[in-house]
Design a protein around this ligand. Sequence first.
Ligand code: AMP
Ligand code: MG
Length: 643
Amino acid sequence: MPDPAPPLTHAQDQFLQVLSRDDAEAAFLAALNPAPLGPEDLSLDHLPGRVLAADISAAVDAPPFDRAVVDGFAVRSADLFEASGAEPVHLRLNAETIACGTAPRLAVAPGTATPIATGGPIPRGADAVVMIEHTDPEGDGIAVARAVAPGAHVSFAGSDIARGQTLLRKGAVIGAREVAMLAAVGLDQATVWRRPRVAVLSTGDELIAPGQPLRPAGVYDSNGPVIAAALRENGCEAVHLGAVPDDPQALAKAVRAAFSGHDGLILSGGTSKGAGDLTVQVIEGLGAPGIVAHGVALKPGKPLCLAVCDGKPVAVLPGFPTSAMFTFHELVAPALRTMAGLPPRGAARVSATVPVRLTSELGRTEFAMVALTEGPDGLVAHPVAKGSGAVTAFAQADGFLTVPALAESLAPGTEAEVTLFGADVAPPRLAIVGSHCVGLDAVVARLVDAGLAARILATGSQGGLAALRRRECDIAPIHLLHPESGAYNRPFLSEGMRLIPGWRRMQGLLFRPGDPRFEGRGLDAALAAALADPEAIMVGRNQGSGTRVLLDRLLQGARPPGYWNQPASHNAVAASVAQGRADWGMAIRPVAEAMGLGFLPVADEHYDFAVPGTPRDPEALAAFEAALRNSGDALSRLGFDPG
Ligand code: AMP
Ligand code: MG
């Protein structure tokens, strides 16, 4: 096999030429010149989700004849002109009943009526239908006590769809409505654009397919499935090929195989300057003109690589899942939509206030995912502060806002345009902003079961209280120790706030079972042993967290090795100790138990809920309190003390 890989320095040179977002897009579109791939005919059953390649006009009328839209009697409206309750008009019945699907034989002569069912064709002579409810049987016919207008209860031929009328336009995406229209005019198939078949390949030695057990240093391949799903959302057929290791031979082989036989190729990972960055070199060998942009002034997303090889789009998305998604939607999806025959995505936008300063890097178009809540003056867009490696940011966020390349930051209170991820995104009825606890998920699950939309935004206790003071949320979960009084939470409430008692969770020291510095000792002895051993590495906690306050109190000014390693969650502390990067740290008991770690209790911490004295939505808050009361067993099972 020939080796197509140019020297590594080549890819690095390319990366130095960082293009602006607009220049990268222009270069990609100019080289690709995207257009629909060609038409194909599909039967009704296979049409949903597909894009019409030509206008469709009706060859017949719908309905095909004048028909009754109620059960009753076909009449001549002139006969009933003077009918009234005082002087009902008598009509003789004709000797036939027009059911749905029967063609009338007899005309309706003056002074007569013909029984007719809904959907039945209107007989000659008749111009209206009286509802059966408005008649009474009488002798050889009926008595009608009210007048009817000409055309009453009749749907005329072609009144729904007229022969020759354009029914559906090219570019329409076919759903149930469109299938109904096609079928109503007798069409059993339609011409749609062929769907681009796009191959998806993840790259990285560390990647493990979802469903397989995780091994040390392994990471689940989330990009592959996410990109495949996003391709399908944008009119493409995704061919998900799994992950390939960072091995030049294997990579070159897999990329070439993925490229041939498909209309495009989306890779992820291996675009930045690192040991595994071979992908970009392999792309160069696929066909002319090759790479048109490598390095785009986006944040996140700088390592994006766009190429066109033999007329087909090839993109290497950054490895970090959120970077991969932003760059896909921003620069790759629009071209693929054109190839699929779809119009540009009609991005739903709303205007919202940014409550905190959003810093940004000058010179790069920056994306920030935000979650919406209702504030006192309209929508508030809370940045979902997570690194570019975070997948859950997508789940929490309602959309994103873009900080222009020339802005250094957005000041608190700035009005910004938020691009919504979906058209039907609405702020949750109950916004819970503050400290997160797994116990809270159990309570909120009950609310969701009861049909109440709630959203938890993990900003930490202080962030939650600030949002509550600004009236941008309904509930702020907090666990703050007041060092002077030793009391939890209540000392931190502002005027007009009330505290709903939550539960207690035991904080303590985590260690690996069998570690002689901790195992079998009491808290004081264990702590003394750990602090006396220069080899004992701890893991700290982030500033502003309740656990940090507790930890600092326990350490009384000591700064053991590892103190400045400060992750922001209990789980990160436990993972660090379990995997041997650190020997001890502080977290809550359920997390220690879930990871099989030893635990020395330190303090019972109170996790409570600050709420406004006058809630924005009393009914929703009452539902939350009820859910909380009913969650006692679930909380106990999770290792919390509902008190
Ligand atoms: P890379 O661009 O290959 O240097 O990867 C950057 C980061 O993204 C690393 O932490 C990778 O483990 C991670 N990453 C790369 N590909 C994937 C993927 N398919 N799914 C999830 N994470 C990934
Ligand atoms: Mg990689």
